[in-house]
Design a binder for this molecule. Structure first.
Ligand SMILES: [Zn+2]
Length: 181
């Protein structure tokens, strides 16, 4: 699952789609470049849900003057919610300042620390007793937690990356408003 963010009025042309007939070994790179180009031109930005949530949290935290609570909530759904061009100008500018002054990197350090400090959670499979359950029913040890009864905190699935912020900043600067689908 992921978020597809579409530019409403991009300032630049989309890059050409990769040629379907290109040799197999070039394809992965070509599609990667294609999607990078889409983001840079303000046409289309995508994130899987793990990346999107911390990114959108950060953007909201930074720009809560122009992003309403409703925008924030709807931005976590694939409902086509729109952020207008005026708001995008503000977001792009705020992100640019924080990227340039090291604010994003400082945020990442704090973010990673808070993620690291998250306590382990009770294993969802064996419910914490460490004995086999579901696939390992009847066995001595649970196949998920290997018998410890604990698993890593779910919050550790959500990475925050400076490069992702950079790419999003380029997108927002050139998108002329966007919708989150
Ligand atoms: Zn377990």
């Amino acid at each position: 699952m992921g978020m597809d963010v579409y530019g409403l009025n991009p300032t630049t042309e989309a890059p050409p789609r990769p040629d379907e007939n290109m040799p197999e070994e070039w394809r992965e790179k070509a599609w990667e470049d294609y999607f990078d180009g889409q983001a840079l031109s303000g046409q289309y930005f995508r994130n899987n849900v793990w990346y999107w949530r911390p990114l959108w949290d950060y953007v909201y935290e930074l720009c809560s003057e122009v992003i309403s609570e409703e925008d924030y909530d709807l931005g976590q759904e694939n409902s086509g919610h729109e952020i207008d061009a005026e708001t995008c100008k503000y977001i792009a500018n705020a992100l640019k300042i924080e990227l340039d002054n090291g604010g994003v990197e400082s945020y990442k350090i704090l973010y990673d620390r808070s993620i690291e400090a998250l306590p382990k959670q009770v294993c969802h499979c064996c419910k914490g007793d460490g004995k086999g359950a579901h696939y390992s029913e009847g066995k001595d040890t649970c196949h998920v937690c290997k018998g410890s009864g604990e698993v890593e905190n779910y919050g550790k699935h959500y990475p925050f990356e400076v490069d992702n912020v950079k790419e999003f900043q380029h997108f927002v600067e050139n998108c002329g408003g966007f919708s989150i689908c």
